[in-house]
Design a protein around this ligand. Sequence first.
Ligand code: PGA
Length: 294
Amino acid sequence: MPEAPDFLPKSSLYPVQKTNRASVNPLFGAQFLSSLPFSKHRSGVKILAVPPNNTMGVTVGKTMQQLVAEQLKQKPDSVFVFPTGNTPLSGYQALRDMGKQGEKLDWSQSKVFHLDEYVPPQSGMPQQLESYATYMKRELLDHIGAEAFLVKDYLRDPSAYDAAIFRQAPDGPDMVILGIGKNGHIAFNEPGSDAKSQTRIVDLTDATVKQNFGEFGVNTVQEAKQQGFPTQAMTLGMETILKAKTIVLLATGEASKGDVLRKALDPDSPPHPSIPASYLKNHPNVYVVTDFTV
Ligand code: PGA
C-alpha cells in the first residue's frame, strides 16, 4: 500500500474497495471526448482542464453543460443528481441558454435529485439565506420539466431519499455532479465521513459555516447558532455518490480549493476520510472539470 502523505496520520490509512469496473458502462465515446480538453490523470480520474479566467470560450460551466447534454442525449431517461453552490451556476445558465438558442434538451423522461439541503431548509432561516430547494428550482428545475425529487421532502427519513434514488436507478444514478469544499468535503460529507456513509443528517463544521455563511459575517457554528443560521444539513452519503455510473467534479474558485483538490487526487496516497473527495480516486468513471493545475 502506498505511503500516506505527510498531512495524514500514517496509522489510520483507510482501505476502500475498488468499484466493480464490470458494473460501470462509460457512456461517453472517444468522438465526444475528443471535442473536450480531455486527459487522464495519474490518479485514474479523467481531467477536463479548462483554461483559467474563462479564456477561449471554454469554461467549467460550458463543459458541465456539454457533459449533461451528452448524457441526456445518449440516455433520455437518465437519473441525475445535481449540486448547489456557486460553482455550478454557470453550468445551469448554459443549460438554460440551450433552450433559448433553439437547442432544447428533452428532459421529459429524466429524473432529477439534488445532493443536499440545510436543516431546517427554510423555516427559521435568516431571510437572506435560501434553501437549496429554492436554488434548484430557480436555476434548473423550473426551466426543464424533469421529474424532481427534493431533499427537503425527505428530512424525516433520509434513507427514504436513497430508496427513491434506487427505485428510479437500481444500479445507481447515471450522473452525479459535485462541487468540492475548501476542506475537501463532497456534498455535506465533511472530513471524517466514511466511504460507506449513508444519506443522513450531519452537523456542519466551522470550515463549512465560514465558506457558506461568511458573506453574512457568520464564521463559526457557534455564531450560526446565535444568529439563527442552520448548523445541520442532510447530505447524500458517500456510498450513494460512489454508486453513480458517472461522476463529474467541478472545481474552480479560490486557490485553497486547488490545494485540496491536488491532495485529494494525489496518486501516491490512498483515499482517506480526512479528505472525502479523495474517495473519488477509487471510482472508475470520474471527470474532474477544473481550471486548477492538477
Ligand atoms: P461552492 O461550494 O460551489 O459554493 O464553492 C462547493 C462545495 O462546498 O461543495
